[in-house]
Design a protein around this ligand. Sequence first.
Ligand code: HEC
Length: 89
Amino acid sequence: MVAGSAMATDIPKEGAACKACHSIEKKQVGPAWKDVAAKYKGDKDAVSKIAANIEKGGKFGWGFAASMPPKGGAKPENIKMLAEFIAGL
Ligand code: HEC
């Protein structure tokens, strides 16, 4: 693999703040994003639902001790891109 190719092994730089609580493969303070993708598998509205949840934050039934902070530290213009990334894992 060529360095810099689009491999879903790490969170994109637009989501740097998300890394405090999430990784792609492993549960941390919040759910692994692969698990989030699995939750929405087959849902045609996955991207808009995930984006809306990132936007408002809170609890989504995962049962983690912490809550998702609204926007999770992302810039508003990056939320849709991050939702697309997560839905596509
Ligand atoms: C302070 C910790 C923290 C940060 C920072 C954070 N999250 Fe979360 N996130 C959580 C927790 C905790 C949950 C699960 C809440 C629950 O138990 O339902 C969660 C849940 C989620 C979910 C699941 C939504 C669903 O519909 O089930 C997504 C997607 C998500 N986060 C994306 C992000 C993104 C994108 C960022 C960065 C922009 C981010 N998070 C930053 C803690 C965090």
